[in-house]
Ligand binder design. Structure first.
Ligand SMILES: Nc1nc2c(c(=O)[nH]1)N[C@H]1C(S)=C(S)[C@@H](COP(=O)(O)OP(=O)(O)OC[C@H]3O[C@@H](n4cnc5c(=O)[nH]c(N)nc54)[C@H](O)[C@@H]3O)O[C@H]1N2
Ligand SMILES: Nc1nc2c(c(=O)[nH]1)N[C@H]1C(S)=C(S)[C@@H](COP(=O)(O)OP(=O)(O)OC[C@H]3O[C@@H](n4cnc5c(=O)[nH]c(N)nc54)[C@H](O)[C@@H]3O)O[C@H]1N2
Ligand SMILES: [Mo]
Length: 774
């Protein structure tokens, strides 16, 4: 057996000709190419709108048109000329829609009308806005306790929407704020606040131009943050090092061509962007960084003996840090055997990486989901910080920590108080400003929200964007949990599976997207977002709304709030008339936003500031804190091995090039050579044969987790791929049925999406493709 025609190796570079061709194709394939082009040109410019793609930021000075292939797709996807109307819902029952693929569902276009589910007919039917708000209010008010409602947020929501949402929900009486961040960068926030006293990255865009080395750990920028490739390429041109830690050779990191340098594209002259590429075991990064620290310590001791210049930055360590001795004792206590075994790297690889780190005066460490979606992600982030502290690589130009965020405003949403464990100062500030008692207990994160709905402890589920049913783990269980609700509400732009996994009552509230003009009583409104470098800026929609009935996210939230609480604790309609009134409330209650409306007028927006970047440490000790943790005894959970079954492979679930999270723009993954197909699993060819299969075979993947449930996805094609032994990689969300709800990060509750222990079985001939089955 050999692979199907869908699998063809890709030899071109990333982001060059192929990218532009693909973008052009999606423009031409769209009903409104000219309109989209106009929108594109305003993306990420002053007075334009913030790209609804990723959270990567730009230099505030740059006036250049900045876009990337995947930003183009995001804009194009939102400003489609296809619509999901009441006629559409009259034509298809929910049962019929459930049989369609995720790709098909979103491809149908923009939602146009508020709709209510009718269980008797199994169809959605139109409902007026006021009736919809009244229905939501009735459900909320009839709950025995406010904690029986869950309020989900996806990271596209604006600051203004997020702020109103948290105000309403807290006035209603709960901190149940599960959000996409729970499944994403939660470990970065925890790991950095405990060590540096800030939960956000310490670098700004301009630091990349000053760094001597940039480490890119567990991140695939060629697909997920394409605009980041430009500073990486510039770094290499300057002679700086780009050091990658990734088990897969991701195309964007290997070779790169920039679409804004057409000459280079003509010559097809791709150049290497990285100076070293290390391919660790899944979850092996903490061990790898521990190994690097062990080399640094050895070299520091040798330097001391020989009276040579120190390897550590002792001035920085003495003035600014605490806990180093305990940490170094832990480094000494960690054996090389364990480091090599767990990292999956050789001693010489680790020495090479440590040497590159030592040679660089200024180092930026970047990371994303390859670091944060593991059981031990918090200590892994802390280990990255420890290493940076040893050489004073925090709070100086060209150096620092950069967890590269996902959704375009996920960082801003947390700043606005979308937080199930809100800090006391936030609640104090809210109580002082609004004169109501804010709930003090911890609310639910995403995993706890599913558990609560499953057990009937939560009965109303409201989603501000996103696709909760597909983005979360243990798909059949999550679906059952949602169906167990009395009411599910989706505030969204496009149809997805979450709209179809309905509670007894269900409502769809269609909203404006970021590309669209938002007119309110006092005129056109802009919204604000915060990028991964803590820059806050305004964004104005440019396009005519997809339907006259659409309302903005803030207006919809205000409608629900007013119907539920009346004009308490604020006059909701008044706020919606002019969003600068919402921003005044933000300025009153959220640190860093003083004179919010005035400072926003500055081109490029303003910087929120970052204590650690200025070497001010808001930690318990008042210093930057080394944290000493032992490496995990085993990376594999006891629940996996409970029956004495050894996994065949460890699976990571990741993104293709043609998707934005659960939104599938197409079925190709060009850089990895997959076309028109998503049910594939990448494995090293020798491993495929070791397990008794051949490339092209169809298999089932079965997760190992000892709780009596079967977790299986079926009919995945085996693709031989250059990657380390013992590993597999397949796309999310199709593989979410394999991720056990109870398999999450310590203290973060982030599902271990990059570490799922699996067995391979020959596909059952009648195997269902699970992304279709509910
Ligand atoms: N076009 C596009 N852009 C996006 C998104 C999208 O879906 N599409 N999603 C947005 C969001 S919400 C986010 S959070 C980001 C996600 O951005 P990424 O984190 O880049 O996304 P993933 O596809 O999950 O890729 C994880 C990468 O980590 C590697 N990896 C997996 N496990 C490990 C490990 O244990 N160690 C190491 N060192 N590497 C590992 C994988 O091989 C892969 O290259 O992108 C954002 N931007
Ligand atoms: N197995 C596995 N699971 C994962 C991950 C993984 O790597 N592996 N990654 C996790 C990560 S990092 C994240 S961030 C989550 C993402 O989880 P979510 O944020 O919940 O999912 P998205 O797919 O981004 O949501 C897409 C939907 O958002 C709606 N939408 C789009 N734009 C707007 C808008 O402007 N306003 C509103 N109101 N709605 C809008 C549309 O209806 C669209 O269908 O998934 C997580 N799940
Ligand atoms: Mo994310």
């Amino acid at each position: 057996m050999s692979n199907s025609d869908n699998i063809k190796p890709y030899s071109g570079p990333a982001a060059g000709w192929g990218a532009l061709k693909s973008v052009t194709k999606s423009w031409l394939g769209s009903e409104k190419p000219l309109k989209n082009l106009r929108a594109m040109l305003k993306t990420n410019q002053n007075n334009g709108f913030d790209c609804p793609g990723c959270a990567w930021g730009e230099s505030p000075e740059s006036g250049m048109v900045k876009f990337c292939e995947n930003g183009a797709k995001a804009v194009n996807w939102e400003s489609t000329g296809r619509y999901v109307t009441p006629e559409f819902f009259a034509k298809y029952s929910v049962a019929q829609l459930l049989r369609q693929t995720d790709y098909w569902l979103e491809y149908q276009g923009r939602l146009t009308h508020p709709m209510r589910y009718n269980a008797a007919t199994d169809h959605y039917e139109p409902i007026g806005w006021d009736d919809a708000f009244a229905l939501v209010a009735k459900h909320l008010r009839s709950l025995p306790a406010p904690d029986m409602a869950e309020f989900y947020t996806s990271g596209r929501a604006s600051n203004e929407a997020a702020y109103l949402y948290q105000l309403f929900v807290r006035a209603f009486g709960t901190n149940n704020f599960p959000d996409c961040s729970n499944m994403c960068h939660e470990a970065s926030g925890h790991g950095m606040s405990t060590t540096l006293g800030v939960g956000k990255g310490t670098v700004v865009f301009d630091d990349f131009a000053k760094a001597d080395a940039i480490f890119v750990i567990g991140q695939n920028p060629g697909t997920n943050h394409p605009r980041m490739l430009e500073p990486l390429r510039e770094a290499v041109e300057r002679g700086a090092q780009v050091v990658c830690f990734n088990p897969l050779k991701e195309r964007g990191l290997e070779r790169f061509q920039h679409p804004q340098h057409p000459l280079e594209m003509l010559s097809n002259g791709a150049e290497p962007t990285n100076t070293a590429y290390f391919r660790p075991a899944l979850g092996g990064d903490m061990a790898a960084f521990r190994g690097m620290a062990k080399f640094l310590l050895q070299w520091e001791r040798e330097a001391q003996q020989k009276g040579e210049p120190a390897v550590f930055d002792h001035d920085f360590i003495n003035t600014h840090t605490t806990g180093m001795d305990d940490y170094l004792a832990e480094v000494d206590a960690t054996s090389w055997e364990q480091i090599i075994e767990q990292s999956g790297l050789s001693l010489s690889d680790i020495e090479l990486a440590a040497g590159m780190y030592r040679r660089a005066e200024r180092v930026i460490m970047c990371w994303a989901m390859g670091v944060t979606q593991h059981k031990h992600s918090v200590p892994t982030v802390q280990e990255i910080v420890n290493l940076q502290l040893l050489r004073g690589n925090v709070g100086k130009p060209g150096a620092g920590l950069s967890p590269v965020r996902g959704h375009s405003n996920v960082q801003g949403d947390r700043t606005m108080g979308i937080d199930e464990m809100p800090p006391a100062w936030l609640l104090d500030a809210i109580e002082k400003r609004f004169k109501f008692k804010a709930p003090r207990g911890h609310g639910h994160n995403a995993v706890q929200a599913i558990q609560a709905m499953e057990a009937g402890r939560a009965k109303v589920f409201i989603a501000l964007g996103g696709n909760f049913a597909q983005a979360t783990p243990d798909t059949p269980r999550t679906h059952a949990a949602l169906k167990n609700c009395a009411l599910t509400v989706q505030i969204s732009t496009k149809l997805n599976r979450s709209h179809l996994v309905v509670g007894k009552d269900a409502i769809i509230l269609p909203c404006l997207g970021r590309t669209e003009i938002d007119m309110q009583a006092e005129g056109q409104q802009g919204i604000t977002v915060e990028d991964t470098f803590s820059m806050v800026h305004l964004s104005f929609g440019q396009l005519k709304p997809g339907s006259a009935l659409l309302r903005s996210e803030p207006a919809i939230l205000a409608g629900i709030a007013k119907a539920t609480l009346g004009n308490f604790p604020v006059d909701w309609d008044y706020l919606i008339g002019d969003y600068s009134r919402i921003r005044d409330l933000i300025a009153d209650t959220i640190p860093g936003f003083r004179d919010f409306n005035t400072r926003l007028q500055r081109p490029g927006g303003f910087y929120l500031g970052n204590g650690a970047a200025e070497r001010r440490w808001h930690t318990a000790s008042g210093k930057a804190q080394f944290i000493a943790s032992a490496l995990p005894v085993s990376l594999v959970n006891p629940e996996v091995l409970a029956r004495g079954d050894q996994p065949d492979l460890i699976l990571q679930t990741l993104r293709s090039h043609d998707q934005y999270n659960t939104t599938l723009y197409g079925l190709d993954d060009r850089y990895r050579g997959v076309f028109g197909l998503r049910e594939v699993v990448f494995i090293n060819e020798q491993e495929i044969r070791r397990l008794g299969f051949a490339p092209g075979d169809k298999v089932d993947m079965v997760a190992l987790w000892d709780d009596g449930r079967e977790r299986r996805v079926s009919g995945f094609e085996l693709v031989a791929y250059d990657m380390p032994a013992g590993q597999a990689a397949a796309y999310y969300p199709e593989t979410n049925p394999l991720v056990p709800l109870e398999s999450y990060g310590d203290t973060t509750f982030t599902p271990t999406s990059k570490f799922v222990a699996i067995k391979l079985e020959k596909a059952k001939p009648d195997g269902l493709i699970v992304s279709l089955a509910v």
